[in-house]
Write a protein that binds this ligand. Structure first.
Ligand code: SF4
Length: 336
């Protein structure tokens, strides 16, 4: 009864999103990885550009990593792009360029977790498979009254089993996608139960206690960062480096020092203050950073280990982390 109401609701309430047209396994995979940490409205433009640039697994596998990272620039959590690139190469090497059709094989690919595997099997291959993301977790915990911490392995398995049982016999992929949509638009953290097609069978609604679930893990505290970013120019060159640390690997950045004091030298490079640029605020993973960019001139292009002197005019071709990219944008705007 509820399922029929859910399918009916989905037919009319379904948002029109580009990955829902022609949902091939590859398109589903790309969209689901992009959607992991990013809102659908932001993903749309990235998805469309990506599909033009890398229309299939083979094209993605052949592309240099730097080009893939550049296409991902601004989406954050860059390990997703690196993993997709590695997975595409593995699919070409071991699966004749076709996205595998089994959960077991999908889970062996880099960056593919249980949810993404379920989504590919369900929407891409139209198999009976549960795809449980944060939205579905919220819906099912409330609907079936699962009052256990959702970060625990046993709870995750329970939610997956309950979701799989709930899927329609004939069109399980429609139920799977409708549950995601319901969680994204109706059964939101502040649920709109009055509009919900599941309310007749929903245990949380019956108890008038939807706000009590799901039981979430405690959030890690946000760490505040304050950094002075050193934009060091010499002639038409500027000093930058390609990051090798895990969090920002393969992304370029300017040198920086902690705090908000203007140094006179840095790594033996003499710094002549030019002017300050606009303060930049940005967040990544559990960090909230305030960047104070300052432009300097230095007479000679002294070598600095790990850093490269790059032509100012070439900066926009390199992938930067989102905070430093804003600095590049302001810098290049003032050059033109
Ligand atoms: Fe969520 Fe309310 Fe719908 Fe239950 S009735 S699934 S709590 S929106």
């Amino acid at each position: 009864m509820c399922k029929a109401a859910l399918h009916l609701w989905f037919q009319t309430a379904k948002r029109s999103l580009p990955w829902r047209e022609n949902p091939t396994p590859y398109r589903v995979w790309v969209s689901e990885i992009m959607l992991q940490q990013t809102r659908a409205s932001v993903v749309v433009a990235y998805f469309e550009r990506w599909m033009q640039q890398f229309p299939d697994v083979e094209t993605l596998a052949r592309a240099p990593l730097e080009q893939v990272i550049k296409a991902w620039e601004g989406l954050g959590y860059y390990s997703r792009a690196r993993n997709m690139h590695a997975a595409a190469r593995e699919i070409v090497k071991n699966h004749e360029g076709r996205v595998p059709e089994s959960r077991e094989k999908l889970l062996q690919l880099p960056g593919l977790g249980s949810y993404t595997a379920g989504a590919i099997l369900s929407f891409g291959f139209r198999q009976r498979a549960a795809a449980v993301d944060g939205n579905v977790t919220r819906v099912m915990c409330r609907y079936a009254w699962i009052d256990e911490r959702v970060d625990r392995g046993a709870t995750k398995k329970k939610i997956e089993a309950v979701t799989e049982q709930f899927l329609d016999e004939k069109e399980p992929w429609v139920t799977a996608e409708a549950l995601i949509e319901l969680g994204a638009t109706v059964c939101t953290p502040r649920p709109k139960c009055g509009e919900c097609p599941l309310r007749v069978g929903c245990e949380a609604f019956r108890r008038n206690a939807a706000d009590a679930l799901p039981l979430l893990a405690e959030r890690a505290k946000t760490v505040q960062l304050r950094r002075t970013v050193l934009v060091i120019e010499s002639g038409e060159f500027v000093l930058v480096k390609k990051n090798t640390e895990a969090l920002m690997r393969d992304l370029w950045e300017f040198p920086f020092v902690e705090g908000n004091k203007i140094p006179k030298t840095w790594m033996r490079v003499p710094l002549h203050l030019e002017h300050r640029l606009q303060t930049v605020k940005h967040s990544f993973t559990r960090f909230s950073a305030t960047l104070f960019p300052v432009c300097f001139r230095t007479p000679k292009r002294l070598p600095v280990e790990g850093f490269t002197w790059v032509k100012l005019s070439e900066l926009t071709t390199l992938p930067f982390s989102s905070g430093h990219r804003k600095i590049v944008e302001e810098l290049c705007a003032s050059c033109t």
